[in-house]
Every structure is written in structure tokens, then in C-alpha cells.
Write a new protein. Structure first.
Length: 401
């Protein structure tokens, strides 16, 4: 059975700090914004939706307790909708989408919501305890290092210079600024409003259109002290003895921004869409997850995408557009090398370096972004992929209908 995408929305991404525009907005209200938008703009009878699957990484405090169901209640959905919240680290939003599609493809669910949420200003990374990355025994036995060290390790192994990474970052900001200027995100971005219906944030907050390689050159490496003084460089070298010294090239300007945001996608089979009076926009071709070596950690997008392509009977050259989460600049750069994909097909409207990475929401954001761009360019196929903590990767291929 086919699983179709009927709609995809997201909030703007706000700076994930106490001075960010969305700091005073609870995660459940971010998610309520996109639940309400899916219902209202499709004139949707919510009793047709059987379940909701939401990715959320830092399930802590007000962002815990199965926020998927909580948001459905807050948005006034039918009592019949269920909800579940999951955590596959940075891949959570795309994992939610893939699980929802699998439910539909198996015939067990007719219509379902999937997406994610993360309020990083109110619930900073690590506030949930981060079990995997706080157990000294696992860290030492498996030679796990912080992701920034892994990113610098990849850059060192692959021979990327800091200027290479900074040039990629500049392109991310320029592409995102151009997309907003031309209104290319307007179809899917839903402004966040307060209880008086006043707009709190309508556009992504962290884009800097005037970013240059020269301005980025002034920023200090973010992970050098962590690597040298805390000893993580030596751990990485133990795992990769061919590296004499880890070069530290990543910094705040060529790594993903910490932001708040939410996303949601409406997925269903053909009959459910017809019953709701909706026209499908795309169908799922395949999806895949994979595990990779955990010290280097961030190379999963290439093999996960290769797995999804093989499952769909496709080659990378069959894909019109790619969305690769810009956790660090080296991640999409490594991906482009692994699959021999040109930069003009990858993150054509910028990525997380410019607009930020709301951990649990990003995967579903990528699906909506590339679907909008497929329609704008009248193209057919797209692939979204993310690296994931612990050495995983995830990928999804969609095709317009």
C-alpha cells in the first residue's frame, strides 16, 4: 500500500537561548501551532487521524510526558487520536515520519501525523541526563567523543580545511536568505502567535545574510579546548591512529545553530485522503537507518542514503534534490563525496548552519522543505538524510505524484 504526504508545515526557528524570540513559548504550544495549522488549512475532520508520532530529543520537564498526545489535546483534536513521542537523537523527526509511513504502508493506519518539536532555549541539550553520553564505562570502552570532536576528526581525515568548511557555511546563509527574500518558505512556515493572536515570530531568526569567509575566520574553534585539555583528541587518535593530531576547524559559524521549532506532516493512504477531500503531494519511495562506527559518529548519511537508494531501485543520479542536515559543515561535505553529488543539488535553500537544528523537529522539516522545492522547480524525487549521535544515519526518499 502507498503512503502519501498530504501536507507539511513548520514553525519558524527561533534562537535557542533565553534572548531568543520563542523562549517564552512552551514546546507544547510550538507543537500546537503546527497541529492547528494542519487541521485548519485542510478543513480537516480530526477524527480521521488515528495517531500522531512526534520526535523530541530532550524529553525533560514540560517537554516530557508524551508531548504528541498533549499537543493534540491542546489543539482541540478529536479524543480518538492517539500519540507517541520518540527519541532517535537528531534523526527523531525523520524517524517519526518513517514510522508513520510504515504504519500506512502496512495497512494498519489510514491517516496519521508525524513530526517533531524541540525547545532548546527552555530545555538545553543534556538537561535530560543524556544517558549514552554520560556513562564513563561506555564512553571509555567504545571510545566515544563529543560530536564536535567527531566532526573535526572527519575534516582531518578527509583533508578539509577550515576555509573549505567556512565557504560551505557562507553558502548556507546566502541560500537561506535568498529563499526567504523570494518567499520560497511562505507556503509551509506557520507564524508563532501569543494568546492574543499577536505574531511572536514569523521568520527563521538566525540567518545572517552578510556572513563572509573573512568574518567567520575571526571565530575561535569551538572544540579545541575540549579536545586538547579534556583529552578527547587522544581518545579519537586511539580509535584512528593514522591521525597524529586532530585539527580543530569547526566553530559556531560553521556548525548548526541551537534553535526552537516544531514541524508536522500529514500522511495517509489514498482512500483516507479521498475521504478527507485532499490531494496527495508526494509518496514515499523508501527509507533506511544504519549504524556506523561510533567514534567518528557523523558519517551515517552516506551509507543510510545508499541503503535507501538500493531499496528503491535507484541511484544517486536519479535524485533531483537532497536535504542533508548541516549538523556541522563537514557532514554534508562528506555526504557529497560519498555519493558523488554536486553542491547545486544539496540544501539548495540553505540548512541548519543558517537556520538552526531543533533536534527533534529537523528531520520532518527537511521533508517539507524539499517537497516545496520539488514543486517550485517542477522536479520529481528528493532524499533527506541526517547524521545521528552514537554513529547512526537515517534517510528517506520521496517522489511527487
Amino acid at each position: 500500500m502507498e503512503a502519501y504526504i498530504y501536507d507539511a508545515v513548520r514553525t519558524p526557528r527561533g534562537k535557542g537561548k533565553p534572548d531568543g524570540s520563542l523562549y517564552n513559548v512552551k514546546a507544547v504550544n510550538l507543537l500546537k501551532t503546527v497541529y492547528s495549522a494542519i487541521r485548519d488549512r485542510n478543513d480537516l475532520d480530526t477524527s480521521l487521524i488515528e495517531d500522531s508520532i512526534i520526535g523530541c530529543v530532550t524529553q525533560h520537564g514540560e517537554q516530557s510526558g508524551d508531548i504528541a498526545k498533549t499537543a493534540a489535546l491542546a489543539a482541540g483534536y478529536s479524543d480518538s487520536i492517539a500519540g507517541v513521542t520518540l527519541n532517535r537523537f537528531c534523526g527523531s523527526g525523520l524517524e517519526a515520519v518513517n514510522q508513520a509511513a510504515a504504519y500506512v504502508m502496512s495497512g494498519q493506519v489510514s491517516m496519521i501525523l508525524a513530526g517533531g518539536v524541540e525547545s532548546m532555549s527552555r530545555h538545553p541539550m543534556g538537561s535530560d541526563g543524556m544517558g549514552l553520553f554520560s556513562d564513563p564505562d561506555i564512553l571509555s570502552r567504545r571510545k566515544l567523543v563529543p560530536q564536535g570532536i567527531s566532526a573535526d576528526l572527519i575534516a582531518t581525515l578527509d583533508g578539509y580545511s577550515r576555509e573549505d568548511l567556512d565557504q560551505f557555511a557562507v553558502a548556507s546563509h546566502q541560500r537561506a536568505a535568498r529563499a526567504w527574500e523570494n518567499g520560497w518558505f511562505n507556503q509551509s512556515v506557520i507564524p508563532v502567535k501569543d494568546h492574543n493572536d499577536n505574531v511572536i515570530l514569523a521568520q527563521d531568526e538566525t540567518i545572517r545574510a552578510n556572513t563572509t569567509v573573512e568574518s567567520l575566520a575571526k571565530l575561535r574553534p569551538s572544540f579545541e579546548i575540549m579536545g586538547t585539555k579534556a583529552g578527547f583528541d587522544s581518545v579519537a587518535v586511539q580509535a584512528y591512529p593514522e591521525v597524529e593530531t586532530v585539527g580543530h576547524f569547526h566553530h559556531a559559524g560553521n556548525s548548526s545553530g541551537i534553535v526552537d521549532g516544531a514541524s508536522l506532516i500529514l500522511i495517509g493512504n489514498k482512500e483516507a485522503g479521498e475521504q478527507a477531500g485532499l490531494k496527495p503531494r508526494a509518496r514515499f519511495r523508501s527509507f533506511a537507518v544504519i549504524g556506523t562506527e561510533p567514534t567518528i559518529m557523523l558519517v551515517g548519511p552516506g551509507p543510510a542514503s545508499a541503503k535507501a537508494l538500493k531499496r528503491a531501485g535507484m541511484k544517486a543520479s536519479d535524485i533531483d534534490l537532497f536535504e542533508v542536515n548541516e549538523a556541522f559543515a563537514v557532514v554534508p561535505m562528506r555526504f557529497m563525496t560519498d555519493l558523488n553529488v554536486p553542491h547545486d543539488k544539496v540544501n539548495v535553500n540553505g540548512g541548519a548552519i543558517a537556520m538552526g537544528h531543533p533536534l527533534g523537529a529537523t528531520g520532518a522539516i527537511l521533508i517539507g522543505t524539499m517537497l516545496d522545492e520539488l514543486e517550485r522547480r517542477d522536479l520529481n524525487t528528493a532524499l533527506a538524510t541526517l547524521c545521528i549521535g552514537g554513529g547512526m544515519g537515517i534517510a528517506t526518499i520521496i517522489e511527487r505524484v
